[in-house]
Design a protein around this ligand. Structure first.
Ligand code: ADP
Ligand code: AMP
Length: 221
C-alpha cells in the first residue's frame, strides 16, 4: 500500500510517520529528509535547493519529483511507502499518480493531520531532531530524557535552521497557497481521511492507525 500524510509544517507528519511505518511495515519516505541529506553530502542538487529551503519556499517541482519518484516506485519494504512531505503541490500529486499508474500501483489513502496555524510556531521553534536516526522531539511537550541528547542513539540533537519564527511564517503561507488545494484533489478521489492533529501523539497515532486499518488493511503488528 502507498499512503500519503498531509498537513501543515509542524502538524506531526514526521512524528506519526515513524510510528505508522513501523505499524504497517512501510518504508517512511520524507522529502524534507531526502533534501537535507543531499545538502549534508554537498551534492550539486543539495546546493540547488538550499536557498529555497532556507527561505521557507518550496523547491521546484521538477527537482523534488526527480528525487522522490524512483524511491516510491522501488520501495525498500515490499508493503509499500508512507510519504511524508510529498506531494506538496497539485503538479507533484499528478506526477505521483501518473508514475504509480504506469507501474500498476496507486495512492491507497491520504491521511490529513488537521492542526490550525496557532500552535504551529510553538511546535516548530521547539522542535529538535536527531541527525542520526531522525527521531523528533520538542523541548517542552516531548523532551528527551537527557536535554539535547537522543534517547535512542545518544546523538546530539539539532535545531533545524529553518525552524525559526520568521521562516515558519513563509512555510505556512507556502502551505496555504500551494499544498492545501491537495485536500480537495484527494477528497474528489475519495481518498482523504482527516485526523485531529491537536491531540497528544499517542491519540493521533491510534486514530490514524484505525483509519488506515479500516480503509486499507490491517496493521502488520
Ligand atoms: P512535521 O513533520 O509535520 O513538520 P513533526 O512531526 O516534526 O511535524 O512535529 C513538529 C513538532 O511538534 C515536533 O517538535 C514534535 O515533537 C511536536 N509534535 C508532534 N506531534 C505533536 C502532538 N500531537 N502534540 C504536541 N506536539 C507534537
Ligand atoms: P519539511 O522537512 O517537510 O519541513 O521540508 C523542509 C523544506 O524542504 C520545505 O520548506 C521545502 O523547502 C522543502 N521541501 C520538502 N518537501 C518538498 C516538496 N514536496 N516540494 C517542495 N519542497 C519541498
Amino acid at each position: 500500500m502507498n499512503l500519503v500524510l498531509l498537513g501543515p509544517p509542524g502538524a506531526g507528519k514526521g512524528t506519526q510517520a515513524v510510528r505508522l511505518a513501523e505499524a504497517f511495515g512501510l518504508q517512511h519516505l520524507s522529502s524534507g529528509d531526502l533534501l537535507r541529506a543531499e545538502r549534508k553530502s554537498g551534492t550539486e542538487l543539495g546546493r540547488r535547493v538550499a536557498s529555497y529551503m532556507d527561505s521557507g519556499a518550496l523547491v521546484p517541482d521538477d527537482i523534488i519529483v526527480e528525487v522522490i519518484l524512483a524511491r516510491v516506485l522501488n520501495p525498500t519494504k515490499p508493503a509499500g511507502v508512507l510519504l511524508d512531505g510529498f506531494p506538496r503541490t497539485l503538479a507533484q500529486a499528478e506526477a505521483l499518480d501518473k508514475a504509480l499508474a504506469n507501474a500498476s500501483k496507486k495512492v491507497d489513502l491520504v491521511v490529513s493531520l488537521v492542526v490550525p496555524d496557532e500552535p504551529i510556531v510553538e511546535r516548530i521553534t521547539g522542535r529538535r531532531v536527531c541527525p542520526t536516526c531522525g527521531a523528533v522531539y520538542h523541548v517542552k511537550t516531548l523532551p528527551p530524557a537527557k536535554e539535547g541528547v537522543c534517547d535512542k542513539d545518544s546523538s546530539a540533537l539539532v535545531h533545524r535552521t529553518d525552524d525559526t519564527a520568521e521562516v515558519v511564517k513563509e512555510r505556512l503561507s507556502a502551505y496555504h497557497a500551494q499544498t492545501r488545494p491537495l485536500e480537495d484533489y484527494y477528497r474528489g478521489k475519495g481518498l482523504m481521511v482527516e485526523v485531529d492533529g491537536t491531540a497528544d501523539v499517542e491519540t493521533v497515532f491510534q486514530a490514524a492507525r484505525r483509519e488506515i486499518s479500516n480503509r486499507v488493511g490491517e496493521a502488520r503488528a
